[in-house]
Design a protein around this ligand. Sequence first.
Ligand code: ATP
Ligand code: LTN
Length: 324
Amino acid sequence: MRVFSGLQPSGNVHIGNYLGAIKQWVGLQRGNDALYCIVDVHAITIPQDPKELRRATLETAKTYLAAGVDPQKSTIFIQSHVPAHAELGWILSTLTPLGELERMTQFKEKRSKRDAVYAGLLNYPTLMAADILLYQTELVPVGDDQLQHIELTRSLAERFNNRFGKTFIIPQARVNKTTARIMSLAHPGDKMSKSDPNDKTRINLLDPEDVIRAKIKSAVTDSGNEIVYGPTAKPAISNLINIFAGVMGKPVEWITRESKELTYSEFKNNLADAVVQELIPFQQRFNDLKEKDVLSVLQAGAQKAAELASSTLKDVKKKIGFVL
Ligand code: ATP
Ligand code: LTN
């Protein structure tokens, strides 16, 4: 199957991004034709410091590689290296009713947090639809906050196909049940987020071991003292169980069975051991990567992606009446 997904280049890549998205990507490389993109064109929908954007873009590429995305199996590239994304994004924006964009939860959320909002932010979902549709994608592995965008992508593809003839494959989202929405360590009612000003709410992939342990130790828990799963009654412990299950690659039931006799503090210790065991080797691989090798992976990736994208874009242009 053709698989496509992406992450915005920003610092603070956290264990929610890792378990909700990147870890799924690694698993999907086998037997599929996967493209994993660093979406810098999306990132500039909110103001970015140019130096920081460049740094974060390369850091995100290193994160993919260190997490196990293998350039021999998958295509890794930077969105702005393939101009077809912006071109198809523009075309799709001319077919998207304004009301549908204004209703997007992520847009409303981001808008409410900022004084100035630019047109690009409203058009974010049409660019995301272009990312996906350009490659005739069948499967889009993401966290559950992206489901609404994928729904819009599907309806845009259907609308285009109905009006101009069959052009796009209708893609499907793929979320991992236990890790689709990892919650904040401090406020289990909120999603763990890159942009939360309080760093203690998340475990960053690059946090040192003592910081990881301290953050897990100070994570809020629920009343009572039993390790039982129940996202409504016990949201904080259930979130920690989800993280544990995701890191270990085991079902929630296995974690709760193994932890039945433990106190909250013993359970947290075991969780910290598991997270450290996953992240410290990741960090070693991350630190060993050289910028010049990363750049050459990205260059080869862009070339491959551009070839695939150009055939869809050409078909689209012909169908809408552009002279080729
Ligand atoms: P922010 O947290 O600032 O809203 P973000 O982390 O959602 O940013 P991206 O970096 O673009 O933004 O997200 C990359 C991927 O990680 C997406 O597939 C998204 O669904 C997933 N993801 C993000 N946060 C979580 C989370 N808390 N739990 C599970 N998956 C997540
Ligand atoms: N909006 C996504 C990032 C993203 C993406 C994509 C994910 C941009 N284009 C295409 C999957 C497929 C987010 O995580 N914030």
